[in-house]
Design a protein around this ligand. Sequence first.
Ligand code: GAL
Length: 942
Amino acid sequence: MSFAYVDDVLPGHGSLPPRAWYAASSAGSLSLNGQWRFRLAPAVDTYDESFAAEGYEADGWSEVTVPGHWVLQGDGAFGSPAYTNHLYPFPVDPPHVPTENPTGDHLRTFDLPDEWPADGAATLRFDGVESCARVWLNGTDIGEFKGSRLPHEFAVGHLLRPAGNVLAVRVHQWSSGSYLEDQDQWWLPGIFRDVTLLHRPADCALDFFVHAAYDHTTGTGTLRVDSDVDGRIAVPELGVDAATGDAVTVPVEPWTAETPRLYAGTLDTGGERVPLRIGFRTVVLDPADGLIKVNGTPVLFKGVNRHEWHPEHGRALDLETMRRDVELMKEHHINAVRTSHYPPHPAFLDLCDEYGLWVIDECDLETHGFIEQGWRDNPADDDRWTPALLDRAARMVERDKNHPSVVLWSLGNEAGTGRGLTAMAEWIRGRDPERLIHYEGDLNCRDTDVYSRMYADHAEVERVGRGLDGGPASRRALPFILCEYAHAMGNGPGGLADYQRLFETYDRLQGAFVWEWIDHGVKDEGRYGYAYGGDFGEELHDGNFVCDGLLFPDRTPSPGLVEFGKVIEPVRITVDAAAGTVRVTNRYDFRDLSHLSFTWSYEVEGEAVEAGTLSVPRLGPGEAAEVKLPPSPDGGQWTVRARDADGQEVAWGQSAAPSLPVQPERFEERPVRAGRLVTLGPAAFDARTGALRTVGGVEVVAPRLDVWRAPTDNDEGGSWQGRERLGLQWREFGLHRMQHRLDGVELGDDALTVRTRVAPAGRDIGLRTVYRWTADAERLRLTVSVAPEGDWRIPLPRLGVRLGLPGGADAVRWFGGGPGEAYPDTRSAARLGVWRSDVDALQTPYVRPQENGARADVRWAELGGLRIDGDPEFWFTARRWTTEHLDAAAHRTDLVPGDTVWVNLDHAQQGIGSQSCGPGVLPQYRLTPSPAQFAFTFRVLA
Ligand code: GAL
């Protein structure tokens, strides 16, 4: 037995040269997906190769589903997933991997369909196997390969027979290839993409390259299909019928991500007809201004990084899941995807062509773990590995080159710098000079067409926008993108709108890609809800850093996605109530607004009292117009919406919120002592402590000052960051265990005043807090005055009061920002209105529980039979557990409802930022302790 191939740096043996992928053609094919016999071994040499021989009886073997990862099947019998961010989960001694190398033997028999032609040639295609596979067909060893998220094909026709074919695949979890696949994700071995047998008739298509350029100066497209096998190209809609290799120029509608115009065509090589979907577009880096242009127009990427993820199937995605991703992206106005950090299932790119998304197609290459040794021995800078790197580059480019959506090739992610990367770039440029090259890891941009960074803060991005970033002159001439920003881990990301303003201000900033699209939580209903790193007992792991997406694992949009969708919406609507106008700006790069219709509504106290349509001129890309609104009385608010032909809202804007009504009423009831109680208007208090007991008969846990929030992932901050990590500092200062000292309870003529000092043990900082209670016959008003004392060096998590209501409190109605969660730097999507919900639905189910659920700008809220009016507006949060419980919870399943509904009424909140892997909260969203006064009026609802 030889297993030398496992450790060999070379990519493999026996496979065919890479070529273009297509979903279907006139040639027959046979899917070999389905149930396969399966046997797992702890090491490469546990079993010999006899299982691959003819006549082997797989008695006692289990089964797995292909495509799939064995660690996600078999209820734990086949090992477990393991998550590390950048550390290799084995000793770093390239190219060697551990003896304990889980090895899955897969067996499947198949018959050829009756109609399968007897003429022989056939190709066996693996679209993705992690990380190394050796393949036998009918007892013959046909080769082995590495490159997990890349296709590998073998010529097998000579081995096939009509019935009883035996396909044996031995898959090793670890191989030299693992050193090149150190992406921040779960390690998930298995045959996780399709296995297909393709009939190859005589004169079938081999490789072909569709070149479809668009000349924006003439409105014509030029089509040329280069094909290894000569044939004809037909595009009936364009009247094109040409020989392969010939260029044809015709008037066309161009393809863009906004207008994904595809023309159906065919390549006919005599033996095979391959359907083509042709999108005409030309991508350049314009030397005149250093901008990326498509069809002559600079583009602004409003992108996401997409890993492939399904909470039950890992990276084995079905077509519907891929389609769902694309639909959700389009619904939220996302126009670009970076396929972090490997070429996706090829069908995903078909969807990008069809729906319209700009794609940065990234190679399956990351060697991040070498950073631990200062990049010594990095395969990306070691000639011995270059063939493997070039193999990966070629497999990506050849597979995906016919997709109009792909506009940039990315060499990989976090692979340091080196000769191997340069070799990849040179090869790609030679093969496909019609696209641009991306790679983030080389600050000198030696091999790339774009200066790309990750997580640069706003100030730096602005410097780059102004061209003040220094660096080599060659880099200064390049456009800038953030290939990763706005780390969407847990609650957040904050600061999106502030980034977007920069991207829209400076031409050089051509957009950015949120990290990342979806939380990679592993479904584990009973125990955790969703599992993350460490939940499988991994020796090394990075916890919930794997749950940092805009979607929850089940693809429910998180508030972060709603916020992002609002920030990047393609029409900006700015309503100026005082001037009676609305300014509409077209923020598309290519489209006019003729596909949208506009309406206005005029709302008083959040309820629409009048509505109508608004006629907006046909604005071209980048154009703006001011449109008059109908005359209106004062005191209300305008909402203007743009909808598409299906009635889907595409954009909205509201006028500034009307000011809160002044409270002309007087609160003149007198507090009266009655035994152990003090009564005041509708309320009763504990006479000794001054704590509120009941209001209008409703028993409450008395409101008192609260500054604590369950630190978010962004509060906690990345451990490697030199920056201020607030989660830690807040605990260090004791903000989670504030003591409330009672300094006095005073009964005045028209007020009950309770004086306190709220402060943590062991520190001299504190908050002098005075609660002043006043009332009339029905209403009780609490005015809170806070004065910080001592040297507060840190912002407060929040500033407000927390009270408890009886557990029956459920339905919630409020007039304020909604419908979703918002914090100071994540509030773009909150619109003022009257909203209804219930306590459970107010919660945002972050995979690792943390502060969530605040509603912004609340004027009043009704809950548990009480109405609470704010003066001024407040942040409203209600939940069935305390903040302390939320803080202690590690998984959703740790949150167990108690008997009390805890309500936070906050005067202020600290912003969110994205410091879980990026910059913290911008200064304007920081809650610096300072004297404050705020009030709430409580009354029992009739
Ligand atoms: C980047 C990396 C991503 C991911 C992210 C943090 O450095 O490229 O793969 O690890 O940080 O979530």
